[in-house]
Design a protein around this ligand. Structure first.
Ligand SMILES: *Cc1c(COP(=O)(O)O)cnc(C)c1O
Length: 396
């Protein structure tokens, strides 16, 4: 008989009852150091007092009103995001996937209204992840995600990873008079913590400018302070026309957003898009509390410092356990350890050492701790990862 919860997840036999900071606790009191943070969602750790206050204050006042009314909490968060980024305007969603859907619609509508309705093709990158809707799986085009779900939404192509040989020339060649947009994660998350070099993002921006193509950054995983800047693309000194945000922005409350320039958003007039819950007062109250904390330059400098500290420890871990780990990659507190064994086996061995990590493609173990993880917890994480590697070496 089928499980009462649709069995689409390969779940670990772990259930948590509460959390505090970087720690999760099971019903029987076992403590786990959480380096997954709900896959980069719990950006400020578990049970952050400022987020509890924002949520409960709002909950006592007003949970939900329809978007047929003005929502001041939404306005406040939009103003904050616009003040901190390239964007002129924001649409709120409940997830990253919904942000991807709007990014696609917005880019196509832009060209449609600009008198070039033939510009519908969106170029994505091999190894990308943009969500699980029919549009988002067509965009990423991964065999594993699309198999059996056809016919796929047309209008997407995937290019090789931009630094692979001829990658940039391939992108240049792929942009035609039908091209609508290029969609790319500045740091691939699911793809294995693969950082797109700054030069590549700059080159892409130039190519898009030369050809009138819109540039969409998917910062659902790498954004909201994860790399030590509010958004990862800031390291390269270029900005997109449209950006998808989710995960960390709600700190655990389901919230996403599409940020855009006035020009890129010009087709999205009254009646062209909407959402029942998107931008609801509860989500936006929490999102504003999260954003105020993370956007503080002093907080971001700490993320970068903690990232460097953690990375240094991981480098020595790799040196001590060459049979298990091959190298460190990533930026800030979006870190990956390339593994020799299957990363899923390393995740599993980590459970026995009381540490939670996440597997990714390209044989990478993802480390995405809370952005405010104390230095002591970083030291403890390194000890537990060392123990994990030692147990795998013994088993081999
Ligand atoms: C998680 C993720 C998404 C999808 O977000 P959901 O909230 O799961 O819909 C899209 N893009 C990237 C880069 C992600 O990491």
């Amino acid at each position: 008989m089928i499980a009462t919860v649709l069995p689409t997840y390969n779940r670990a036999p772990l259930a948590f009852e509460r959390g505090a900071g970087s720690w999760l606790v099971t019903g029987d009191g076992q403590r786990y150091l959480d380096l997954g943070a709900g896959i980069a969602v719990n950006a400020l750790g578990h049970a952050h007092p400022a987020l509890i206050a924002a949520l409960t204050d709002q909950a006592a006042r007003l949970w939900h009103v329809s978007n047929i009314y003005t929502v001041p909490e939404q306005q406040d968060l939009a103003d904050l995001l616009v003040a901190e980024t390239f964007a002129d305007t924001v649409f709120f969603t409940n997830s990253g996937t919904e942000a991807a859907e709007l990014a696609i619609k917005m880019a196509r509508k832009f060209h449609h209204d600009a008198g070039q309705p033939e510009r519908v093709e969106i170029i994505a990158v091999e190894g990308a992840f943009h969500g699980r809707s029919t549009g988002a799986i067509a965009a990423a085009g991964s065999e594993k995600m699309v198999k059996g779900f056809g016919p796929l939404m047309p209008g997407f192509t995937q290019l090789k990873w931009p630094t692979s040989e001829g990658g940039h020339d391939a992108i240049r060649a792929a942009i035609t008079d039908q091209t609508c947009a290029v969609m790319i994660e500045p740091v691939q998350g699911e793809g294995g913590i693969r950082v797109v070099p700054d030069q590549c993002l700059k080159g892409l921006r130039d190519l898009c400018d030369q050809t009138g193509t819109l540039l969409i950054f998917d910062e659902v995983q790498c954004g909201m302070g994860r790399t030590g800047r509010l958004f990862a693309h800031e390291w390269a000194g270029v900005s997109p026309d449209i950006m998808m945000v989710a995960k960390g922005i709600g700190g655990g409350f389901p919230l996403g957003a599409v940020l855009a320039t006035e020009r890129a958003a010009s087709g999205m007039t009254v009646g062209t898009h909407g959402s029942t819950y998107g931008g609801n007062p509860l989500g936006c109250a929490v999102g504003a509390a999260v954003t105020k904390i993370i956007a503080d330059p002093a907080f971001l400098a700490e993320v970068a410092r903690k990232g460097a500290l953690f990375r240094q420890g991981l480098e020595s871990l790799v040196a001590r356990h060459p049979q298990v780990f091959e190298g460190v990659r990533g930026e800030g507190l979006m870190l990956g350890l390339r593994c020799k064994p299957a990363p899923a086996d390393v995740v599993k061995a980590g459970y026995d050492a009381g540490i939670l990590t996440v597997a990714a493609a390209d044989n990478v173990l993802r480390l995405l701790p809370a952005l405010n993880i104390p230095d002591d917890d970083i030291a403890e994480a390194l000890r537990r990862l060392d123990q994990t590697a030692a147990s795998l070496t013994k088993a081999a």
